[in-house]
Design a protein around this ligand. Sequence first.
Ligand SMILES: Cc1cc2nc3c(=O)[nH]c(=O)nc-3n(C[C@H](O)[C@H](O)[C@H](O)COP(=O)(O)OP(=O)(O)OC[C@H]3O[C@@H](n4cnc5c(N)ncnc54)[C@H](O)[C@@H]3O)c2cc1C
Length: 272
Amino acid sequence: MFVQAFEYCRVRTASDASALLREHPSAKLLAGGQSLLASMRMGLLTTEMLVDLQDVAELHSCQLLPGASLELGAMRTHGAIATDGAVREFSPGLAALAGDIADSQVRNMGTIGGSLANADPSACWAAGALALDAEITTSRRTLHIDDFFTGLFGTALEPDEVLTKVRFRRPRRFAYLKHEQSASRFAMVGVAVADFGDHVRVAVNGTFEGAVRVPQFEQALQTRFDAEALANAALPADLMPTDIHAGADYRAHLATVLCKRVVCKMNEGDAP
Ligand SMILES: Cc1cc2nc3c(=O)[nH]c(=O)nc-3n(C[C@H](O)[C@H](O)[C@H](O)COP(=O)(O)OP(=O)(O)OC[C@H]3O[C@@H](n4cnc5c(N)ncnc54)[C@H](O)[C@@H]3O)c2cc1C
Protein backbone atom coordinates (compact mmCIF):
# COMPACT_ATOMS: atom_id res chain seq x y z
CA MET A 1 0.00 0.00 0.00
CA PHE A 2 1.31 3.50 -0.85
CA VAL A 3 1.75 5.87 2.05
CA GLN A 4 0.02 9.23 1.65
CA ALA A 5 2.47 12.13 1.08
CA PHE A 6 3.74 13.85 4.22
CA GLU A 7 6.29 16.46 5.19
CA TYR A 8 9.42 15.26 7.02
CA CYS A 9 11.13 17.46 9.63
CA ARG A 10 14.17 16.85 11.83
CA VAL A 11 14.43 18.84 15.04
CA ARG A 12 17.27 19.42 17.50
CA THR A 13 15.29 19.97 20.72
CA ALA A 14 12.23 18.47 22.35
CA SER A 15 10.65 21.94 22.59
CA ASP A 16 11.01 22.42 18.81
CA ALA A 17 9.25 19.07 18.37
CA SER A 18 6.43 20.20 20.68
CA ALA A 19 6.08 23.48 18.79
CA LEU A 20 5.68 21.59 15.48
CA LEU A 21 3.07 19.30 17.05
CA ARG A 22 1.12 22.38 18.18
CA GLU A 23 1.33 24.03 14.74
CA HIS A 24 0.37 20.85 12.86
CA PRO A 25 -2.28 18.93 14.80
CA SER A 26 -1.98 15.77 12.67
CA ALA A 27 1.85 15.68 12.92
CA LYS A 28 3.40 12.61 14.55
CA LEU A 29 6.69 12.14 16.35
CA LEU A 30 9.00 9.62 14.72
CA ALA A 31 11.33 7.61 16.98
CA GLY A 32 12.57 4.35 15.44
CA GLY A 33 9.50 3.98 13.23
CA GLN A 34 9.02 0.33 14.25
CA SER A 35 5.31 0.78 15.02
CA LEU A 36 4.54 4.11 13.39
CA LEU A 37 5.79 3.34 9.87
CA ALA A 38 4.08 -0.07 9.89
CA SER A 39 0.77 1.62 10.79
CA MET A 40 1.26 4.14 7.98
CA ARG A 41 2.09 1.42 5.46
CA MET A 42 -1.03 -0.50 6.45
CA GLY A 43 -3.15 2.64 6.02
CA LEU A 44 -4.11 2.66 9.70
CA LEU A 45 -2.64 6.10 10.21
CA THR A 46 -2.15 9.17 8.04
CA THR A 47 -0.28 12.32 8.91
CA GLU A 48 0.64 15.61 7.25
CA MET A 49 4.08 15.61 8.94
CA LEU A 50 6.60 13.34 10.64
CA VAL A 51 8.79 15.04 13.25
CA ASP A 52 11.96 12.96 13.53
CA LEU A 53 13.55 12.96 17.00
CA GLN A 54 16.84 11.30 16.05
CA ASP A 55 18.91 14.53 16.15
CA VAL A 56 17.75 15.51 19.65
CA ALA A 57 20.98 14.71 21.52
CA GLU A 58 19.48 14.85 25.03
CA LEU A 59 17.06 12.04 24.15
CA HIS A 60 19.92 9.55 23.59
CA SER A 61 21.37 9.85 27.11
CA CYS A 62 22.03 7.08 29.63
CA GLN A 63 23.03 8.24 33.10
CA LEU A 64 23.48 6.67 36.51
CA LEU A 65 22.27 9.30 38.99
CA PRO A 66 23.11 9.83 42.66
CA GLY A 67 20.53 8.05 44.84
CA ALA A 68 20.76 4.81 42.83
CA SER A 69 18.67 5.58 39.82
CA LEU A 70 19.16 5.15 36.13
CA GLU A 71 17.89 7.71 33.63
CA LEU A 72 17.45 6.74 29.99
CA GLY A 73 16.72 9.17 27.17
CA ALA A 74 13.54 8.36 25.22
CA MET A 75 15.50 7.68 21.99
CA ARG A 76 17.75 5.09 23.61
CA THR A 77 17.26 1.94 21.56
CA HIS A 78 16.49 -1.48 23.04
CA GLY A 79 19.79 -2.71 21.57
CA ALA A 80 21.85 0.06 23.19
CA ILE A 81 20.15 -0.51 26.55
CA ALA A 82 20.70 -4.28 26.37
CA THR A 83 24.43 -3.98 25.76
CA ASP A 84 25.25 -1.01 28.00
CA GLY A 85 27.64 -1.97 30.82
CA ALA A 86 26.18 0.66 33.17
CA VAL A 87 22.65 -0.69 32.64
CA ARG A 88 23.81 -4.27 33.21
CA GLU A 89 25.55 -3.20 36.39
CA PHE A 90 22.43 -1.28 37.52
CA SER A 91 20.02 -4.16 36.85
CA PRO A 92 20.93 -7.19 34.74
CA GLY A 93 17.21 -8.02 34.53
CA LEU A 94 16.45 -4.66 32.92
CA ALA A 95 19.19 -5.16 30.32
CA ALA A 96 17.86 -8.69 29.69
CA LEU A 97 14.33 -7.37 29.10
CA ALA A 98 15.68 -5.01 26.41
CA GLY A 99 17.82 -7.76 24.87
CA ASP A 100 14.83 -10.09 24.52
CA ILE A 101 12.69 -7.69 22.50
CA ALA A 102 12.07 -8.94 18.97
CA ASP A 103 15.19 -9.38 16.79
CA SER A 104 18.35 -7.34 16.39
CA GLN A 105 16.92 -5.23 13.55
CA VAL A 106 13.98 -4.10 15.68
CA ARG A 107 16.21 -3.66 18.74
CA ASN A 108 18.60 -1.44 16.78
CA MET A 109 15.78 0.92 15.75
CA GLY A 110 13.03 0.61 18.39
CA THR A 111 13.29 2.94 21.38
CA ILE A 112 12.19 2.87 24.99
CA GLY A 113 10.32 6.18 24.56
CA GLY A 114 8.54 5.02 21.40
CA SER A 115 7.54 1.78 23.07
CA LEU A 116 6.12 3.51 26.17
CA ALA A 117 4.35 6.22 24.13
CA ASN A 118 2.86 3.60 21.82
CA ALA A 119 1.49 1.64 24.84
CA ASP A 120 1.04 -1.59 22.92
CA PRO A 121 -0.71 -4.01 25.31
CA SER A 122 2.04 -6.59 24.69
CA ALA A 123 5.01 -4.25 25.06
CA CYS A 124 7.78 -5.53 27.29
CA TRP A 125 8.80 -2.04 28.48
CA ALA A 126 5.27 -1.27 29.64
CA ALA A 127 5.31 -4.17 32.12
CA GLY A 128 8.96 -3.53 33.03
CA ALA A 129 8.47 0.18 33.71
CA LEU A 130 5.37 -0.46 35.84
CA ALA A 131 7.16 -3.06 37.96
CA LEU A 132 10.27 -0.89 38.22
CA ASP A 133 8.31 2.09 39.60
CA ALA A 134 9.51 4.31 36.75
CA GLU A 135 9.20 8.07 36.53
CA ILE A 136 8.46 9.56 33.12
CA THR A 137 9.71 13.02 32.17
CA THR A 138 8.11 14.85 29.28
CA SER A 139 8.60 18.20 27.58
CA ARG A 140 6.27 19.70 30.20
CA ARG A 141 6.09 17.59 33.40
CA THR A 142 7.07 14.52 35.36
CA LEU A 143 4.63 11.63 35.69
CA HIS A 144 4.71 8.53 37.81
CA ILE A 145 4.32 5.38 35.72
CA ASP A 146 1.17 4.44 37.68
CA ASP A 147 -0.47 7.54 36.15
CA PHE A 148 1.01 7.14 32.67
CA PHE A 149 -0.96 4.34 30.99
CA THR A 150 -4.65 4.94 30.45
CA GLY A 151 -5.70 1.65 28.85
CA LEU A 152 -5.22 -0.10 25.53
CA PHE A 153 -2.78 2.01 23.42
CA GLY A 154 -3.57 4.93 25.75
CA THR A 155 -1.25 7.22 27.69
CA ALA A 156 -1.59 10.46 29.64
CA LEU A 157 0.58 12.24 27.01
CA GLU A 158 -1.06 15.32 25.49
CA PRO A 159 -0.97 15.60 21.68
CA ASP A 160 1.93 18.11 21.80
CA GLU A 161 3.86 16.40 24.60
CA VAL A 162 7.21 14.70 24.00
CA LEU A 163 8.36 11.90 26.28
CA THR A 164 11.98 12.81 27.04
CA LYS A 165 13.33 10.58 29.83
CA VAL A 166 12.56 7.47 31.83
CA ARG A 167 14.02 7.12 35.31
CA PHE A 168 14.27 3.82 37.19
CA ARG A 169 14.99 3.34 40.90
CA ARG A 170 17.48 0.53 41.52
CA PRO A 171 15.63 -2.64 42.54
CA ARG A 172 17.18 -5.23 44.82
CA ARG A 173 16.24 -7.74 42.14
CA PHE A 174 14.23 -7.55 38.94
CA ALA A 175 13.26 -10.03 36.25
CA TYR A 176 10.83 -10.29 33.35
CA LEU A 177 9.62 -13.36 31.47
CA LYS A 178 7.20 -13.60 28.57
CA HIS A 179 5.41 -16.29 26.65
CA GLU A 180 5.76 -15.30 23.02
CA GLN A 181 3.00 -15.46 20.48
CA SER A 182 4.75 -17.68 17.96
CA ALA A 183 3.96 -15.68 14.80
CA SER A 184 4.89 -12.14 15.92
CA ARG A 185 7.16 -13.08 18.86
CA PHE A 186 5.41 -10.30 20.79
CA ALA A 187 4.45 -11.28 24.34
CA MET A 188 1.15 -13.15 24.59
CA VAL A 189 1.59 -12.61 28.31
CA GLY A 190 4.63 -11.18 30.08
CA VAL A 191 5.29 -10.78 33.81
CA ALA A 192 7.75 -8.36 35.42
CA VAL A 193 8.62 -8.56 39.12
CA ALA A 194 10.69 -6.00 41.03
CA ASP A 195 11.77 -6.58 44.61
CA PHE A 196 12.71 -3.29 46.28
CA GLY A 197 13.45 -4.85 49.68
CA ASP A 198 10.59 -3.11 51.52
CA HIS A 199 7.98 -3.78 48.81
CA VAL A 200 7.34 -5.80 45.68
CA ARG A 201 5.79 -4.59 42.41
CA VAL A 202 4.41 -6.96 39.79
CA ALA A 203 3.09 -6.03 36.33
CA VAL A 204 1.55 -8.12 33.58
CA ASN A 205 1.13 -7.26 29.91
CA GLY A 206 -1.20 -8.74 27.30
CA THR A 207 -4.40 -7.76 29.13
CA PHE A 208 -7.44 -5.92 27.77
CA GLU A 209 -6.21 -2.83 29.61
CA GLY A 210 -2.63 -3.09 28.35
CA ALA A 211 0.06 -3.54 30.99
CA VAL A 212 -1.28 -3.44 34.54
CA ARG A 213 -0.03 -4.01 38.06
CA VAL A 214 -1.33 -7.13 39.78
CA PRO A 215 -2.22 -6.47 43.45
CA GLN A 216 -3.04 -10.18 44.01
CA PHE A 217 0.53 -11.20 43.09
CA GLU A 218 2.11 -8.23 44.90
CA GLN A 219 0.31 -8.98 48.18
CA ALA A 220 1.15 -12.68 48.00
CA LEU A 221 4.85 -12.00 47.35
CA GLN A 222 5.00 -9.27 49.97
CA THR A 223 4.14 -11.86 52.61
CA ARG A 224 6.55 -14.48 51.32
CA PHE A 225 8.80 -14.10 48.30
CA ASP A 226 8.55 -17.56 46.80
CA ALA A 227 6.54 -19.38 44.16
CA GLU A 228 4.43 -21.23 46.72
CA ALA A 229 3.06 -17.93 48.00
CA LEU A 230 1.34 -17.63 44.60
CA ALA A 231 -0.51 -20.95 44.97
CA ASN A 232 -3.88 -19.24 45.44
CA ALA A 233 -3.16 -16.02 43.57
CA ALA A 234 -4.84 -15.69 40.19
CA LEU A 235 -5.37 -13.01 37.59
CA PRO A 236 -9.09 -12.51 36.79
CA ALA A 237 -9.69 -14.22 33.41
CA ASP A 238 -12.01 -11.37 32.34
CA LEU A 239 -8.91 -9.16 32.21
CA MET A 240 -7.51 -11.25 29.35
CA PRO A 241 -8.56 -11.39 25.68
CA THR A 242 -9.51 -14.48 23.70
CA ASP A 243 -8.37 -14.75 20.08
CA ILE A 244 -7.20 -17.37 17.59
CA HIS A 245 -3.95 -17.82 19.52
CA ALA A 246 -5.32 -18.53 23.01
CA GLY A 247 -8.31 -18.21 25.31
CA ALA A 248 -8.65 -15.86 28.28
CA ASP A 249 -8.45 -18.66 30.88
CA TYR A 250 -5.23 -19.96 29.38
CA ARG A 251 -3.67 -16.48 29.35
CA ALA A 252 -4.68 -15.84 32.97
CA HIS A 253 -3.17 -19.21 33.93
CA LEU A 254 0.01 -18.30 32.02
CA ALA A 255 0.34 -15.12 34.08
CA THR A 256 0.47 -17.13 37.33
CA VAL A 257 2.87 -19.70 35.85
CA LEU A 258 5.19 -16.99 34.52
CA CYS A 259 5.08 -15.11 37.81
CA LYS A 260 6.11 -18.28 39.67
CA ARG A 261 8.95 -18.83 37.20
CA VAL A 262 10.16 -15.24 37.56
CA VAL A 263 10.20 -15.58 41.34
CA CYS A 264 12.09 -18.91 41.17
CA LYS A 265 14.60 -17.31 38.81
CA MET A 266 15.08 -14.39 41.19
CA ASN A 267 15.44 -16.68 44.21
CA GLU A 268 18.04 -18.75 42.41
CA GLY A 269 20.12 -15.59 42.30
CA ASP A 270 19.90 -15.40 38.55
CA ALA A 271 18.32 -11.94 38.56
CA PRO A 272 19.96 -9.53 40.99
C1 LIG B 1 8.55 -7.33 14.18
C2 LIG B 1 8.44 -6.57 15.48
C3 LIG B 1 8.52 -7.29 16.66
C4 LIG B 1 8.41 -6.61 17.88
N1 LIG B 1 8.50 -7.32 19.05
C5 LIG B 1 8.42 -6.68 20.23
C6 LIG B 1 8.54 -7.37 21.47
O1 LIG B 1 8.77 -8.58 21.53
N2 LIG B 1 8.41 -6.65 22.62
C7 LIG B 1 8.21 -5.30 22.61
O2 LIG B 1 8.10 -4.71 23.67
N3 LIG B 1 8.10 -4.62 21.46
C8 LIG B 1 8.21 -5.27 20.28
N4 LIG B 1 8.12 -4.55 19.12
C9 LIG B 1 7.92 -3.08 19.19
C10 LIG B 1 9.27 -2.35 19.17
O3 LIG B 1 9.91 -2.72 20.34
C11 LIG B 1 9.23 -0.80 19.19
O4 LIG B 1 9.83 -0.29 20.32
C12 LIG B 1 7.92 -0.17 19.24
O5 LIG B 1 7.28 -0.59 18.06
C13 LIG B 1 8.06 1.37 19.25
O6 LIG B 1 8.80 1.69 18.12
P1 LIG B 1 9.70 2.98 17.99
O7 LIG B 1 10.51 3.21 19.19
O8 LIG B 1 10.38 2.82 16.70
O9 LIG B 1 8.60 4.14 17.94
P2 LIG B 1 7.81 4.69 16.66
O10 LIG B 1 7.25 3.57 15.89
O11 LIG B 1 8.65 5.67 15.92
O12 LIG B 1 6.65 5.48 17.43
C14 LIG B 1 5.62 4.79 18.09
C15 LIG B 1 4.59 5.81 18.60
O13 LIG B 1 5.11 6.54 19.70
C16 LIG B 1 5.15 7.95 19.40
N5 LIG B 1 6.41 8.43 19.96
C17 LIG B 1 7.64 7.97 19.64
N6 LIG B 1 8.56 8.59 20.40
C18 LIG B 1 7.88 9.44 21.21
C19 LIG B 1 8.29 10.36 22.24
N7 LIG B 1 9.60 10.50 22.60
N8 LIG B 1 7.34 11.09 22.88
C20 LIG B 1 6.02 10.93 22.55
N9 LIG B 1 5.58 10.08 21.58
C21 LIG B 1 6.52 9.35 20.94
C22 LIG B 1 5.07 8.04 17.89
O14 LIG B 1 4.51 9.26 17.46
C23 LIG B 1 4.17 6.85 17.56
O15 LIG B 1 2.82 7.20 17.78
C24 LIG B 1 8.23 -5.20 17.89
C25 LIG B 1 8.15 -4.49 16.69
C26 LIG B 1 8.26 -5.16 15.48
C27 LIG B 1 8.20 -4.37 14.20
